[in-house]
Every structure is written in structure tokens, then in C-alpha cells.
Design a protein around this ligand. Sequence first.
Ligand SMILES: *Cc1c(COP(=O)(O)O)cnc(C)c1O
Length: 434
Amino acid sequence: MPMNPTLAARFEPIARDVADHFGTPFHLYDERGIEETCKAFADAFAGTDFREFFAVKALPNPAILAVVARHGFGFDASSPAELAAAAIAGATGEDICFTSNNTPVDEMIAALDAGALITIDDEAVLERLLTLGPPPKRLVFRLHPSASDSTLPGGMLGDAESAKFGIPADRLVPAVTLALAHGVEDVGLHLMRGSELMHAEPFSRTLATLLDLAVLLRQRTGVAVSSVNIGGGIGIPYRPGEQPFDLKGFGAALGDQLQRWAADTGQRQPRLHLESGRAVTGPHGILVTRVIHRMHKARTMIGVDAGMSALMRPALYGAYHHVTVLDGQARPTEVADVVGSLCENNDKLAVQREIPRADVGDLVIVHDTGAHGWSMGFTYNGRLRPQELLLHDDGTVSRIRRAETVADQQVTLKFPASVFPGPDNGPDPELCWT
Ligand SMILES: *Cc1c(COP(=O)(O)O)cnc(C)c1O
């Protein structure tokens, strides 16, 4: 969707100067916009025992994590690097949900050491955890998507047959029983059922599934479920004219649902957890890139200085990101592909898009890159991930991550030499390390 008018009003007048100062390309994030969204979350869930754990993978920059932490958000992490990013932003202990999935044992140890609230994704992971010593007093169990009858769009989490995440519902009681037998005292439930969802209804169904399972667990094991996490997956409007997600109605509906359940069952209302990424920062980021060539084949190609390595969603999912040309509103439009410099034909930020005529030197703005943008970046073809900038409320802009350099890419080529001596030579430490 075209960027928030208040961001446009604050950024566009300084865009050229910012581009000259820092160079292009860059992702720029709007601190004010992110803070307003944080407040909207707090408003929507006022009156409900609620916490949002920002999904670090959406935008793993500690400067951004610090902004959401100021609003009381915790973090959802699933790797040591994400744990470290959350720690740099000041998160400790159960400020962090560690959502394991096929998690290597050393990573699980890192999460335990951090004191994070651990979400168990499979009995095999639980059994491995139990070999590490007494488990944490509190564990969360993630359910397989087949636990909920709904088939949801988005595809990224898989369907009942293909999904790799979570414990099938009929195995929850034995898994929890095993954990309780090893000293776990407090149990939470987790189920993320979709992504890019634009309405509350699928979340309500997910919550209903978890609340039914909470009743079952109470009956079978005696444990009272203390938290229910319905994942991330709140969508944002990427295309002009799409309606934003009604966060306020969503919060009210879920709050009512929890209250009714507590009244009906006589059980204590569990705490509600969400781990949204996209909905928090997605609309508050833009990728700013400069036109370096106009090229004409069967199609007009606008060559810019960023590509799929800075924003993979269009190439990966055919995702739509709105594209504008700075100060281009009054120009005639043309239909063009906006292309990067990678040797892959899907290295395109927009395909056959009607945009104002863009000339060499113009700034092209790709909208809604605040989530799953920089973080999905990669270095194939020796491409360098771009810098990240933060626009503050007072109009200043700071660099919060520099662009990658060729030297960064070569860091992994500098290491102590190591040679396997071959079966006939026998181990010789002199040969292994030089
Ligand atoms: C990716 C992910 C999220 C965040 O998803 P959004 O669509 O950005 O809200 C939350 N929880 C888990 C477990 C995820 O894998």
C-alpha cells in the first residue's frame, strides 16, 4: 500500500538529501509509525492479560527491537542469532519466547541459558530437552496445524498433511504428561495457523481450538494452561485500496472469547500471547533505490541499484510491493519491470507495473518493506545486503546497520587451515592445524 501519508510527508521532502548523505540503496524505517502500531496493539488488548512477542525474524535490527521493547513487547526468537539480537535490545528471561522447530541441541542450550520461555514443537525435541537436566518449570507446547479444522491461505505453514510444525492434537496429553512427570509445573499452548490473514475469524478459531485443548488437559492431567499463543500472521495491505486489519475489533473479539470461556468452564483465563512480525513493522519500512539504467527489450526495464537480494518477497512469492517514483506523481506513466543486477531473471522488484516514467538518477521507493525485507536478504552472486536507516520523530535519520562489504563476505575465508589426513596417514595434529 502507498506508505503511510505521515511517513511520506516527513520523508519525501528530505529523501534526496538522505540519499546523498548515506548513498543508495537503503531500507528506511519509521520510528513514529512503529510506535503508533505498538500503541494500537496495547489499545486493542486493553483489559486482556496480553503480551505481544515481536517476531525477530521480521526485522532483526536491535535498534528496532529496542523501539518495540520500550512498549513492553517481548520477542519471538528461534535461533541463537535472534536470541542475541533480542539480548542486545535488552530482553532477558521470559521477555523472549524461543519457538523451537527441529532445534539443534546447542541452540536449545543457548535458549535455556537465556532463560527464554521455550516452545516445544515435537516430542523428539522434548525428549532431547529432558536429557539436558531438569527442564524449565514452564514450557509451551506448539500444536500441529491439523489441530485446527481450518484451511488457511498463506501456504507458508503448510496444510494438515505437509506442515512440519507442532505436535498433533491427539499426542498432546502424553507429551504434557511426560513433561509434568519431569518437573514441569506450568504449561502454555501455541498454534500458528496461517500468515497474511486479513480478518480476526481464523484467529478466533485457533483460540477456540487451544481453549478446548486446555479443558482436555485440565481433565486428563490436572494442569491449568497458563498461556495461549496464537502466533503471528496478521496481514497488512500491500496493494492500494486494501483494507487494513481491524486490530481493535480483533482485540475485543479475542478478549470476549477468553472471558466467555473462563465463565463457562470456571477455569482461570490464560494469558494471551501473539508473536506478530509483519503487522508491527511491515508498513513502516521502505526500500529506497536509485535508477541506474533505462533499458528496452520486449519490455521496458527500469534498472535500479537494489534487487532481490535486498527484497526477496517479489521473486520468492510473486508478492506485490507498491512502487513509486519520488516526485513522479505528475509524470506520464509507463508499464515496466523494475530490475536489479543479479544474474537471475526473477531479480525484479515489480513486474509489468504501471509507474511514472523514471529516469536515471531518480529515486524509486518500494513500499511495505519493514518486515521480511532486509532479513530475507542474501548474498548470492556476491550481492551485498544494503544498509538500514531509522527516521526518528524529530526528522533526524540514523544509520542502524551499514551496508555489507566484499570484505564481510570474505571473512569466512580466513580461518586456521584444516586438513583431514586421509585414511592411510593416521591422525596427525600437525597436519590438521597450520
Ligand atoms: C514467522 C513467524 C511469526 C511472524 O509472522 P508474521 O507473519 O510476520 O506475523 C510468528 N511466529 C512464528 C512461529 C513464525 O514462524
